[in-house]
Write a protein that binds this ligand. Structure first.
Ligand SMILES: *Cc1c(COP(=O)(O)O)cnc(C)c1O
Length: 400
């Protein structure tokens, strides 16, 4: 079927909870995708970093197929070989001790919130039902009732009350604001090392390491949501490594499932994770052998293909190309590794129209909020593909 027919069907039969570009995809390979009419595109969004390894990576696909033919799903009522090995390999990869597997990123964030509260009551001895978690302005952690309860984005939150209590929002990038918000009931700070959904917002250098000191001193868990920044995207395996720290709780998702299926995890010390006991948390599909087999292959790929170093190289090319071209309609270019935001000036008419134009030129980018074009190609993209895409982006921005 052709593009207009399929878009019409979406308008007729689907909930309108997204506002996609008018492109109907049918196939992907590496950094390229093709639509139902056979038009070719470079994928510069990479499913919000779920596709760090690109589309249909042969090694990930082989792991998926092989495991699908052996044992795909068995529930946590039993052990599985893949889950045992996945937990070991992920814990070691993160330099941490314990893994709790889930499916989507949102579920992993919810898991971390539960973990923090339980730890607060059992270990920190916070008075019952008083636990407080500090979160940041402009955060994005998912879409459940509890998570949107502490969102500061009206469209994510409005109309979904009553809201879950127990959260306090402070300004991003301000260490003192967090220090002041910590009280005897504070169990955790939940933070994205880079606020990607809010427009690739970076905190000042040293922010995370200061936060690490304060949270340790005040006996508060530092919980990093690296669902988007983790697994190589920013030029290191994890974004927190740029500041030489380790969080208490690390939340992973997106490309952990190799871009093939949903797989997320909460990773922590044994001291923290031990507060969760049988029956207190779970998921039917969480940690299924199929997802774990792909997750193991993804971790293996991270190491063997030096994916993080690759992200650093790509990011340098992206920034160099964009910076050496005069782009008067651009207000700022920022990012880390291969996660780059181009913030358009107020007078530009917003980011959406550039993304629409780019799609017609064969490059898929998506605006984030009104004025930022996010550049986050798969980390396996070739240098020549990257340069072709960048030239088109530059041309489209210059043409206005
Ligand atoms: C995507 C994302 C989530 C939510 O993950 P889902 O898999 O969509 O549930 C949470 N936090 C961050 C930082 C994300 O980028």
């Amino acid at each position: 079927m052709r593009t207009p027919t399929l878009i019409e069907k979406m308008q007729k039969y689907s909930a309108q909870n997204y506002f996609p570009l008018p492109v109907v995809l049918a196939r992907g390979q590496g950094a390229k995708v093709w639509d139902v009419d056979g038009k070719e595109y470079l994928d510069f969004l990479a499913c919000y970093s779920a596709l760090n390894f690109g589309h249909q990576h042969p090694r990930l696909l082989a792991a998926l197929k092989g495991q699908a033919e052996r044992l795909a799903v068995c529930s946590r009522a039993f052990y599985s070989e893949e889950l045992s090995l996945f937990c070991e390999e992920l814990a070691l990869f993160c330099g941490m001790e314990k893994v709790l597997p889930m499916n989507t990123g949102t579920e992993a964030v919810e898991t971390a919130l539960k973990l923090a509260r339980k730890w607060g009551y059992e270990i920190k001895k916070v008075a019952s039902d008083r636990a407080k978690i500090i979160v940041l302005k402009n955060n994005f952690h998912g879409r459940t009732i509890s998570i949107v309860s502490f969102s500061t984005e009206p469209s994510y939150r409005d109309g979904f009350g009553p809201y879950t209590p127990g959260f306090e929002v402070v300004n991003f990038g301000d260490v003192a604001a967090i220090e002041n918000a910590i009280d005897e009931n504070t169990v955790a700070v939940l933070i994205e090392p880079i606020q990607a959904e809010s427009g690739i917002l970076l905190p000042p250098t040293g922010y995370l390491s200061e936060l690490r000191k304060i949270t340790r001193k005040r006996k508060v868990l530092l919980m990093l949501d690296e669902i988007q920044t983790g697994l190589g995207r920013t030029g290191k395996d994890f974004c927190f490594q740029h500041e030489g720290i380790t969080p208490d709780v690390l939340i992973l998702g997106k490309s952990l499932g190799g871009g093939l299926l949903p797989l997320s995890a909460v990773v922590s010390s044994a001291e923290v994770m031990r507060v969760i006991r049988p029956g207190q948390h779970g998921s039917t599909f969480g940690g299924n052998p199929l997802a774990c087999a792909v997750g193991r292959a993804a971790l293996d790929l991270m190491k063997k293909e030096k994916i993080s170093e690759r992200a650093e190289t790509l990011g340098k090319i992206i920034r160099d190309e964009l910076m050496r071209t005069p782009l008067p309609k651009v207000k700022e270019i920022r990012g880390k590794g291969a996660l780059v935001g181009i913030e358009m000036a107020e007078s530009s008419g917003g980011a959406r129209r550039y993304c629409e134009k780019l799609a017609t030129q064969g490059v898929l980018c998506k605006e984030t909020h009104d004025f930022v074009i996010r550049i986050a190609p798969p980390l396996i993209i070739s240098e020549s593909e990257l340069r072709v895409g960048l030239q088109k982006i530059i041309q489209v921005i210059q043409a206005g």
